[in-house]
Ligand binder design. Structure first.
Ligand code: PLP
Length: 620
């Protein structure tokens, strides 16, 4: 008897493909790398194995299926074909199983799988005597012949499974059961389900397997599809969030972009130019810095991804470089953007100067007055800054003006959105441009730690672009924990906050369905945070989905906590962070990490722009 692999039951189920008969077909099926291949040594079966065993790849367990066969014949067959498992499909007794299990005539030990047929009910009492003499149970549908009948039994009977022995689930499993299998996996009955056993539903003729359908079955059940998909789907949604909720007059512009963005991004010339500018102009790769003193203080391993060292001082330039190249490919001559605090306006004005394109930045009149240095920067870079004089004269109104402009100039104008927000394809496009962050983290961490995946990735979230880029290549790595940090302002329940995942409800903002801070009658609530970059009433649709599915842990950090942690980084590491990034840094005071945990944090920007805020706050 072999070691029980009972823990496999909790991870993904193994696959056994049974009833192999024909040489070429066996080789093709083996190429799909199932865990077990079954050969039926029972003459009355139409799938009776003809006795020529091809060379199989390592790791596939050859399983002999027998029905009330003479024990010596079984043992001889095991030795002859070097079988790793035996499946007993008849009325073999516990004594028989034990004899096989302990036989000295076996050249190598075999796994013993005892089959039980289930029809309308099953008396689980019979399992008891077999508990110690076989490795696995297999539950099949009772039919005329043992196996290969093509009918499923009622799997909910297994909710009463009294044993902890891992078992194979068998009987009529086919492509049309994929949804049922997924549901079954969530059920109590699945706890000890070790493998799925398939046969007749994947056949062209008895013993001849249909490779394409087997492949499809494997794909549909693979880990990737069993989990949530955290990338955008082809309709522009992340789960329930995303989409393109736009006025009809904007449709041609957005549709043109949607039809082209992936194609353009895949062009080798485009990639080359994007990478070259990131390297020579932005200064990438940005370092992955092991923060030694900070790590000592919090007794864990903290790495900072230094987006603050990029040209213009934050991650935003990764996206504007990508989008200006996209605009050029689409033949656009004129660039518009909206900006709140001016950071995205500066990043856009920068790339427009670089490419010699006209740049118009819409900015709320109040923001223009508050953010004089950034307004000056944009002007020096050649941009026209147009004040938005309607409504509250802030970011929301600037966005409305920008959209109006785009509607009026559909042919020659590209609208550069500055975060992972907006109508599809913007959130995905921005995420892809920013994903260079996690792409670099992978190889940089490999250099530092010998492994690509950290235990945690952490980023602050305004609209969510630096976070989306930091998470991107880890979204489907189940061992990487994702932490999203939102601004709580004066406190989540103070009425002065921007903690959207806590306070937000489903709604539509800037052309996408997402979580949004709003009043009961759906009016957008004015957010508040000390940091301009996090002062946004919504969150990108990817993050709404990460919050709803629980894939990411969301934390909220107040102004005070962020400011103190910002200053702490200055003192411990000699780095003055943007106040946005200081929010991420503050999680170490809320959450305890293990000494060996590797925590990679996006340091999204530098603090130069926030100097006045720091001076006022700390009375420096
Ligand atoms: C704009 C900005 C942010 C917030 O934007 P995201 O799209 O959420 O990344 C964070 N940090 C800095 C430094 C910023 O300038």
């Amino acid at each position: 008897m072999q070691q029980n692999l009972s823990n496999s039951a909790k991870t993904d189920m193994q696959l056994k493909i049974c009833g192999m008969k024909y040489q070429d077909n066996i080789k093709q099926v083996a190429a799909l790398k199932p865990d077990y291949l079954g050969f039926i040594f029972y003459e009355k079966s139409p799938r009776h194995f003809d006795g020529v065993m091809p060379q199989l790849p390592e790791g596939i367990k050859k399983t002999g299926v027998f029905v009330n066969e003479n024990l010596n014949t079984v043992i001889e067959t095991v030795n002859k074909f070097k079988l790793q498992a035996v499946q007993l499909h008849g009325e073999e007794s516990a004594f028989y199983c034990n004899m096989l299990n302990t036989s000295k005539q076996l050249n190598e030990p075999v796994e013993v799988i005892k089959v039980f047929s289930v029809k309308d009910g099953f008396n689980f009492e019979v399992l008891k005597q077999y508990e110690n003499v076989c490795d696995y149970f297999l539950f099949d549908t009772k039919g005329k012949l043992p196996g290969g009948n093509g009918y499923t039994f009622d799997w909910s009977l297994l909710n009463n499974y009294p044993s902890t022995k891992p078992y194979f689930l068998s009987g009529g499993i086919g492509l049309d059961q994929v949804d049922d299998i997924k549901k079954f996996k969530e059920s109590k009955a699945a706890k000890y389900c070790y493998a799925l056993d398939v046969n007749s539903k994947f056949e062209i003729a008895p013993g001849l397997k249909n490779i394409a359908i087997l492949k499809e079955f494997q794909n549909k059940l693979s880990d990737k599809t069993m989990q949530e998909n955290y990338n955008v789907d082809d309709k522009g949604y992340y789960g329930n969030f995303g989409g393109a909720y736009i006025p009809e007059m904007l449709y041609p512009n957005v549709e043109e972009l949607r039809q082209n963005y992936l194609k353009v991004m895949a062009e080798p010339e485009f990639k080359k130019e994007f990478d070259k500018l990131l390297k020579d102009y932005v200064g990438r790769p940005s370092p992955l810095y092991f923060a030694k003193r900070l790590s000592e203080k919090y007794n864990t391993k903290i790495y900072l991804k230094r987006e603050d060292l990029n040209h213009t001082g934050a991650h935003k330039i990764n996206n504007t470089i990508g989008q200006i190249l996209m605009a050029q490919r689409l033949g656009k001559k004129r660039i518009i953007a909206e900006t709140g605090a001016g950071q995205h306006g500066v990043a856009t004005a920068t790339v427009c100067a670089l490419m010699g394109l006209e740049c118009i930045v819409y900015m709320g009149e109040i923001d223009i007055a508050r953010q004089a240095p950034n307004v000056a920067r944009m002007k020096m870079l050649g941009a026209t800054v147009i004040p938005a004089k309607s409504g509250s004269r802030t970011l929301k109104d600037a966005t409305n003006e920008a959209i109006r402009d785009w509607i009026n100039n559909p042919v020659d104008t590209h609208y550069i959105i500055g975060s992972a927000i907006g109508p599809h394809p913007y959130p995905d496009m921005v995420t892809r441009f920013q994903s260079v962050i996690s792409e670099e983290i992978k190889w940089q961490l490999k250099e530092h730690e010998g492994r690509e995946n950290p235990d945690y990735v952490v980023a602050c979230i305004g609209g969510g672009s630096n976070a989306a880029g930091t998470y991107y290549h880890f979204l489907h790595e189940p061992n990487v924990n994702i932490i999203a940090v939102e601004a709580a302002g004066l406190g989540v329940n103070s009425g002065e906050s921007a903690a959207t995942s806590v306070l937000g409800k489903e709604g539509i903002i800037h052309g996408c369905k997402t979580l949004l801070m709003q009043t009961n009658d759906g009016q957008i609530t004015e957010p508040y945070s000390i940091s301009a970059g996090l002062d946004y009433p919504g969150v990108g649709p990817m993050h709404a989905h990460l919050a709803k599915t629980g894939r990411a842990e969301f934390m909220s950090i107040t102004d005070d906590e962020a400011m103190k942690s910002g200053l702490e980084l200055c003192e411990l590491e000699g780095i003055i962070p943007a106040i946005e990034s200081s929010h991420a840094l503050a999680i170490f005071k809320q959450k305890q990490f293990k000494p060996n945990d590797v925590v990679v944090m996006s340091l999204s920007g530098r603090g130069d722009k926030d100097l006045n805020n720091y001076i006022e706050y700390f009375k420096i």
